[in-house]
Design a protein around this ligand. Structure first.
Ligand code: AMP
Ligand code: ZN
Length: 472
């Protein structure tokens, strides 16, 4: 079966082909966290589906280059910093760190790049894009000095969300000074500085101000991935207005189709309602860990339901995730015992290449994880039954273990075995701890690089350094 995904733009399942059919390289852009508080597990449902997408594409031989932005300037981050009485960068830094800790706990592969909106390179790019939009009549400066996108001048506006422009209502992300706009749906590209922004602001041809949320993503995506990308992802709440605006801005500047495919995941719910900061019905990763669950269990709970189906978060669901993983762990232990008696001479059956591809085929079908896991558990049931009556050949057990290794590159659900830290790594880490104690940060960074080159990662926590094998 060919690889196909549901494209929000066409509302259809479409065969996936990279924009450069002669190469296996594809570019994916995924909207990342707004770092005004710790991300909740609803956000991580979106990042988890993107992780599954990337890993499956890699399993199918694609080299994925993925960018995830960090929104570190917007109304909420500015308000948070003001309330905390600290500079914006200091305020957002703690939540960036928390985000990186959480993706590690959940075994989500880090993106290749995590551009931050406040990076001057991207601010320059945002300003340049807005200048181009102005020169084409697609943007205008209103009386309030802010610059807005003129949606009536972009005929495709509304195509992604399948929206009738006359139905547009103000959204929470736009500042209340709507009366200055020509059309209620016009969105801010550049927000003129006001007192509430305090120290936050950049000079621009339109005066001091800051970028709107939507232009941040258009600028970072095109700066790092070029005018056109293969896949753009997010949660369904990003479709409108955020992704609609990204299309208008990017295509308004480049004149080229921005993204070939748009994939959006359904929400994680709590008691039938979207999990959201504003509804105060959310859990963070540490909240779930505090209840005695592991990152692996939460990974499974967020992964196991098809990304376009809403998923209700419950503690019972977490318990079921635990039981499912225990079944996998037991099965692997039994297979390993059974496979241990393998003698190369008595091979014959159970070659790896004879094993079915149902798991991978199910994921080819718009990441049908339920069918893929269904096949895994059916396999577990059948092979366990054969092992119960001593009828599974050692060679077959080993073949299933190889199969597991293959599918686990996508699932990443195997139980952690505490990695023994090699003496050389311990020695470098000790030296680094001493360098840090002496505030010799240049040396400490050098040692971090040496440790990284040996395949280990060092993280500074309030309990000191933590070492872990680097995940690839
Ligand atoms: P935000 O930080 O609000 O911009 O959200 C970051 C990402 O999480 C976006 O892709 C959102 O669509 C997604 N998201 C937010 N809430 C949920 C939820 N309850 N379930 C799934 N995805 C969500
Ligand atoms: Zn975005």
């Amino acid at each position: 079966m060919s690889l196909r995904f549901f494209n929000t733009y066409s509302r259809q399942l479409e065969e996936f082909t990279p924009r450069d059919p002669t190469s296996r390289k594809i570019d994916i852009y995924t909207c990342g966290p707004t770092v005004y508080s710790r991300a909740h597990i609803g956000n991580f449902r979106a990042y988890m589906f993107e992780d599954l997408l990337q890993r499956h594409l890699e399993a199918r031989g694609y080299a994925v280059h993925r960018v995830m932005n960090i929104t570190d300037v917007d109304d909420k981050t500015i308000r948070g910093a003001r309330e905390a009485g600290i500079p914006l960068a200091k305020f957002t830094e703690q939540f960036k760190q928390a985000f990186f800790e959480d993706i590690e706990t959940l075994r989500i592969k880090p993106a290749d790049e995590f551009p931050a909106a406040t990076d001057q390179r991207y601010i320059d790019k945002m300003i340049a894009m807005i200048e181009t939009l102005m020169s084409r009549g697609l943007a205008y400066q209103a009386d309030d000095k802010s610059v807005y996108f003129r949606i009536n001048k972009f005929p495709n506006y509304g195509k992604l969300a399948h929206f009738d422009l006359s139905e547009l209502k103000p959204t929470g992300r736009v500042r209340h000074d709507e009366y200055d706009k020509e059309h209620i749906g016009d969105f801010a590209l550049w927000k003129a500085w006001d007192e509430e922004d305090g120290e936050v602001g950049w000079d621009s041809p339109w005066g001091r101000g800051r970028p709107g949320w939507h232009i941040e993503c258009s600028a970072m995506a095109t700066a790092l991935l070029g005018d056109q990308i293969d896949i753009h992802c997010g949660g369904v709440d990003n479709i409108f207005p955020h992704h609609e605006a990204e299309i208008a801005q990017s295509e308004g500047v480049t004149g080229k189709k921005f993204a070939r495919m748009w994939l959006h995941c359904a929400h994680l719910l709590v008691d039938g309602q979207k999990m959201a900061k504003s509804l105060v019905n959310f859990y963070t990763v540490p909240d779930v860990l505090a209840k005695g669950y592991t990152g692996r269990e939460l990974r499974y709970a967020l992964l196991r339901v098809h990304y376009r189906t809403q998923l209700n978060f419950t503690w019972e669901g977490m318990h079921e995730a635990r039981e499912s993983l225990e079944r996998i762990d037991d099965w692997l232990m039994r297979l390993r015992e059974c496979g241990a008696s393998f003698q190369p001479a008595n091979s014959g059956s159970g070659q790896v290449e004879n094993l079915p591809h149902n798991f991978d085929d199910a994921l080819d079908d718009d990441l049908n994880i339920s069918a893929a896991l269904g096949f895994l558990f059916e396999t577990i049931r059948e092979t366990n039954r054969a092992m119960d009556v001593d009828e599974l050949e050692a060679a077959t057990a080993n073949a299933w273990l190889s199969w597991w290794e293959r599918i686990n590159r996508v699932l990443d659900l195997e139980k952690e075995t505490a990695d023994a830290i090699p003496p050389e790594i311990s020695r470098l880490a000790d030296e680094r701890a001493r360098a840090r104690a002496e505030k010799n940060f240049a040396r400490s960074d050098e040692l971090r690089d040496q440790i990284a080159a040996l395949g280990w990662q060092v993280r500074d926590t309030k309990d000191g350094q933590k070492l872990a094998r680097r995940r690839t």
